[in-house]
Design a protein around this ligand. Structure first.
Ligand code: EPZ
Length: 418
């Protein structure tokens, strides 16, 4: 297991380019088995979640090759419809393989999905929607066994705009018989990217990015060559990093609208933000003011995947902030680690009350999940003294070459094998 050794207190200057979005590439990989023709996904980030999804596809019989930052998938020989429990446990995204496998094979078996330990993460919305599309589902000994003679379009309503359930529905309805109308869909940019990817394969989907998505089932999908959107959460993480450290950083490749309320909140902290096309520039003098209140919400609200990072920022600002996590039950597991660095945060259920303490001090801290780990790195960059951030496997799930990008901005960070 690797660790970062970080000498905090350096300002950050320079420009970085965002990676392709992890939470877009994963559903696109799941969708790639909907055709027997070749699919190419460009600029795929070398992160372990992508490697895990590639392994799932290989175990189904697909050929997956990584070449020069792109990935090609040939699934003509894919023949298995079962996903191993080991891989399912590792990756939450395995659950939307159900939609793809049912469309391709009419059957699907997978264990209950894993992923970051940030809450119960039920899949009732996924399974109820699949049943409405004609899928028979049996849950036995921790496995989900699905079968369906013919997927049939239906009118669906999601009680909650679940990202994964919306993606699963697109993957299950894309070649179903007839029309599917989904109300209450998630509106994240990654849903729009999946719609565009499927339409590039010959699908007929419209409305992604709004509450209502309409899918006209088609009889065939072709291969495609596709460049996914960039990672808004990675970009937001580095923007918050510059806010915390001070300096001036430009992040390229991300549509500012995809960051939800983050830019507004960073301006509230006292940062200068300038947006020009797909370039977002932030300048910070490090004398930050706390956001009085941050509530995470489905897109276009404040992203839950930036909640931990903004808590680290508020810990080092002046004043106090109330952070409410509305999407996941236990997404404050990073707080005890931040407290080792001197943070003053009280967690009460889904709320965290943060008192800004100005500067944090270095400490040895451990990542417990992907975004909580990223928050610890930001705290270490802004702290006085040296920190060690352990259990980097969590960070490596979603951030390609974090140390390289931060070093290029002037951070004193090195990866050490433990
Ligand atoms: C996706 O997870 C992302 N993961 C998460 O990013 C992100 O935090 C989340 O969407 C919200 O934006 C991927 O895209 C791979 P949800 P997902 O279904 O699909 C409840 C990261 O750090 N729910 O929108 O699992 C659920 O419990 C990761 O990159 C049900 O109740 O999120 C949660 O409270 C972490 N029943 C809420 O909905 C269901 O059937 C949001 O979940 C499904 C979800």
């Amino acid at each position: 297991m690797d660790k970062f050794v970080i000498d905090g207190g350096r300002r950050l200057f320079g420009s970085i380019r965002a990676q392709s979005a992890k939470n877009s590439v994963l559903p696109l990989l799941a969708a790639s088995i909907l055709t027997e023709q070749r699919v190419t996904i460009r600029e795929t980030p070398p992160i372990s979640d992508v490697a895990c999804m590639a392994q799932i596809l290989r175990e189904l019989g697909a050929e997956v090759r990584f070449e020069g930052g792109d990935v090609t998938i040939d699934s003509a020989n894919a023949c298995d419809h079962r996903i191993s429990s080991a891989l399912t446990k590792e990756l939450r995204s395995s659950v939307f393989m159900l939609g793809s496998l049912l469309t391709r094979f009419g059957r699907a078996v997978c264990a209950y999905p894993g992923g970051c330990d940030i809450g119960l993460r039920p899949i009732d919305l996924h399974l109820n929607a699949l049943k409405r599309l004609g899928v028979e589902i049996e849950e036995r000994e921790g496995y989900i066994l699905c079968s369906c003679k013919r997927l049939k379009g239906a009118d669906l309503v999601l009680d909650f705009p679940s990202v994964g359930a919306t993606e699963n529905i697109l993957l299950a309805a894309v070649m179903a018989e007839g029309r599917t109308v989904l109300e209450g869909a998630a509106k994240e940019p990654e849903i729009v990217d999946l719609q565009n990817f499927l339409n590039a394969m010959g699908a007929k989907i419209a409305g992604a990015g709004t509450d209502t998505v309409v899918i006209e089932g088609v009889t065939k999908l072709n291969g495609c060559d596709y460049l996914p959107i960039k990672d808004r959460i990675e970009a937001g993480t580095y923007l918050i990093g510059c806010a915390v450290c001070g300096g001036e950083v430009e992040v390229e490749g991300v549509n500012a609208d995809s960051l939800g309320l983050l830019l507004h909140k960073l301006r509230e902290n006292g940062c200068k933000i300038h947006v020009k096309n797909d370039k977002i520039r932030i300048a910070s003098d490090r004398r930050l003011k706390c956001n009085r209140r941050i509530e995470t919400r489905p897109f276009p609200g404040f992203p839950t995947d930036l909640q931990a990072q903004t808590a680290a920022l508020n810990s080092m600002a002046e004043g106090c902030a109330l952070i409410v996590e509305n999407l996941f039950e236990t997404r404050f597991k990073y707080v005890p680690e931040l407290k080792k660095m001197g943070a003053d945060i009280e967690v009460n259920g889904r709320s965290a009350f943060v008192r800004g303490v100005g500067r944090l001090h270095g400490a040895a801290v451990s990542c417990g999940d992907l975004r909580g780990g990223a928050a610890l790195v930001l705290a270490a960059l802004g702290a006085e003294g040296t920190s060690e951030v352990l259990d980097l496997a969590h960070i490596d799930r979603g951030y390609a070459d974090m140390e390289g990008k931060l070093k290029s901005l002037g951070a004193q960070i090195r990866r050490v094998r433990v």
